[in-house]
Design a protein around this ligand. Sequence first.
Ligand SMILES: Cc1ncc(COP(=O)(O)O)c(C=O)c1O
Length: 621
Amino acid sequence: MPVTQHYEGQSRLESLGRLSTKHDRHQRHDSLLSYRANSRTTSRSSSTESTHRCTVRTYDNRFSERVAAFRDREYPQLNGTNLAQLIIVIVLAHMSQAEFISTPGARWSVCIEESLYAKSLVRVYAADLIGNLYGNPHSENTPAAAAGQRVEQVREKALRFFNADPKEWDLIFTANATASIKLVGECMHDYATSNNTPLWYGFHRDAHTSLVGVREMASNHRCFTSDAQVEDWINGRGIGGAEPGQLGLFAFPGQSNMTGRRLPLAWCGRIRRNVYKAPVYTLLDAAALASTAELDLSDPTTTPDFVALSFYKIFGMPDIGALIVHKAAKHVLMKRRFFGGGTVDVVVAVDGSWHTGKETLHDRLEAGTLPFHEIIALGHAIDVHDRLYGPDPMKFISNHTSRLGKLVFDGLSTLRHSNGEPMVEIYNESGTVYGDSSRQGATIAFSVRDVSGQLVTHKDVEVAANREGIFVRSGSLCNPGGMATYLKWQGDDLRRAHAAGYRCGNVEMQTVYGKATGVVRVSIGPMNTAADIHAFIDFIERHYFDHQPIRQPSPPMLLKDNDREAHSIRAVTHPTKDTRPISSRRPIGATKPIDDRQRWAGDWEMALAIRTHLQAAAQKP
Ligand SMILES: Cc1ncc(COP(=O)(O)O)c(C=O)c1O
């Protein structure tokens, strides 16, 4: 008799037809795709039924229904918002955390990004820790052995979660994706040095800051500014990359954390086969990709040598990451020079300097005490994901979030002011197809435009959304290539802006030289539903429909600089959604205004005071 695994929301779906084998369940997922229902008629959010002027196209609501079946119970953190059942999982880059952290009785939820931990995960984890005694696995006693055993079980379980055969792959637990990326960079550097070989590093423009930073460990590097450049390099068998006698590393994100674009994983296999001027290893930054996509490491034609990721992005917790390594590339990492507690078999410290490292890759690289409580939590997180989202949880989540991403795109892109001008500018590559999970994730970056086409600054959108319990992320998102590409920042401009006082995450500088310093980003998580999306679109429309241009006061004269426009910033804040925004210009850097000084200073201070007030108000129950 076949064993049928029961999972949350199953009964609702099973009424569509009894399907029990994995194959059948996949077919059921596919058959769901053909079912189309206008979600506006099924949305449970009353706020969304009122004012939509945008055209939201058809949406397969059954994915959302299945999540809705357990959401209130499993994600009670989402119930405290002032719009019932509302939350868009999105956070603001570099913004003070205090804006989001909930206090007892506060009406806001804790901010979340991509995924949120389920209640049953916290419960089962707590019960495990309370019911068992675990100790530092570096010891030999019973609690230590229990922890050590669990760590190894979870290591294997995590590999299998990504379809990675433990015979071929190893997994090193790290603090986060950034630590995994840094580890590869350090090891490659040490490997190159030990062979007296220069290290060449290539990375794609869509890279997260953490991937860009690896260039500092290389002798020379190249930023590939388009897919076409990568294609040319691969098809040209490595021309424009590592030279003979060098060692190479090529890194790219599986998904842009800014636009949600998914990059071709097939590059990895093709680089291995085609690029032979020098040995080039591949590093896939799967931090954004793995949260809502199936990362399948079973196909050797697409698999990278190294994969970096963060587990909290997939399951909401635990806050640890991993570096997954194909064992064929293990020798590169074994050359790491640094050693620490647990990574060596013998060390001579006093009358010489000799040591011998552990033989197993993860033992060699996991220096210091492992975060074993977190690793135990990871084992539970994988189980809970299976129970909530089905036997193939990432396939379900990929389908579900991909559809919601399309819903966001359709909703935002059809919003218009009364003069017909678009309310929202979405940042993406031409030809982007939302809803196609092979090429686009459920992340959308955009700016809001007022009725005259002027930018509504990103932080103000975030603050306004936050007041309604909608948590969006804004800023430059640690994506310098995206900022350069979509906000048209050039290197020299950024250097001048920095000299003038601009800092990444500086909430007061939302525009410099008339250019935005950030975007707003929506990043859908597994527990989001169509009702969330409608509420979000509804918020944008209610708040910004026919939004008036910001009054520009005459800029102050500057003592030391004639270029007033180039050295001023605009600060805007919206006291409430019904009142006109307050705007001010002030010089930055060492200059001082010599006329309009009092009015300018007053505006500026008032803007800051109101913002502070808004933040404080948002924390109140
Ligand atoms: C694509 C990408 N890479 C790297 C990171 C860094 O991840 P972590 O903060 O876990 O180090 C992120 C974080 O959002 C990301 O989206």
